[in-house]
Design a protein. Structure first.
Length: 167
C-alpha cells in the first residue's frame, strides 16, 4: 500500500504517490478542485481508483510564524472530508513554502511558468509527501560509537586560520 501526498489548492489539487516501500515520493497528477470540497474529494478518489491507498498526507499551509490561518483551516476541512469519504487516515504535514520550493526546482530544470502550470501542484504534493516519509523513517546506527570523530573544541578551524593570517 502507498501513501498519497495531497497539495490542496483553490484551483487544483496536486497528488503524489509513494513507492510500496514508502521511501520515495513521485509526482502523480493534479485534478481540478471544483467548486466545492465534495467535488474536489470526488476528483481525488476518482483519480486514485486503481491505487491501494494506505493513508493520505495533506499539506497544511501554516503561516511563517507557524500559526493556522484561513488556508490551513480549509485544508483541515478538506482532509476531514477526504478521510470520511475514503475510509483512510489523513495526516497533516506543515507545507510552508512547498509550492515556492517546487516552482524553484522546476525553474532550475528549465521549465518556465507556462510549462509549470500543470506540474507545479503535483510536485508540491511530492515535496509534502517526501517531508512526511522522511519523518517516519527509522534511523539506526550500527557502528561503534568510538568510531565517530570527536567534536572539535574551541574556535572553529576556519576562525583559527583567519586568526593566524591576521598576525
Amino acid at each position: 500500500m502507498v501513501a498519497v501526498g495531497v497539495d490542496y489548492g483553490t484551483v487544483r489539487i496536486g497528488l503524489a504517490k509513494s513507492d510500496e516501500a514508502r521511501s520515495i515520493a513521485f509526482p502523480f497528477m493534479s485534478v481540478p478542485r471544483g467548486k466545492t470540497d465534495e467535488e474536489g474529494v470526488a476528483a481525488v478518489l476518482s483519480a486514485l481508483a486503481d491505487v491501494e491507498v494506505d493513508e493520505f498526507v495533506v499539506g497544511l499551509p501554516l503561516s511563517l510564524s507557524g500559526e493556522e490561518g484561513v488556508s490551513a483551516r480549509k485544508a483541515r476541512a478538506f482532509g476531514a472530508l477526504l478521510e470520511a469519504r475514503s475510509g483512510r487516515p489523513v495526516v497533516f504535514v506543515d507545507e510552508r513554502l512547498s509550492s515556492a520550493a517546487a516552482s524553484r526546482h522546476m525553474r532550475e530544470m528549465g521549465l518556465d511558468e507556462r510549462a509549470q502550470r500543470g506540474k507545479l501542484d503535483e510536485r508540491a504534493a511530492a515535496l509534502i509527501l517526501e517531508t512526511y516519509l522522511a519523518s517516519t523513517r527509522k534511523v539506526t546506527w550500527e557502528g561503534d560509537p568510538k568510531e565517530l570523530p570527536a567534536p572539535e573544541e574551541g574556535p572553529s578551524r576556519r576562525r583559527r586560520r583567519r586568526g593566524r593570517e591576521r598576525r
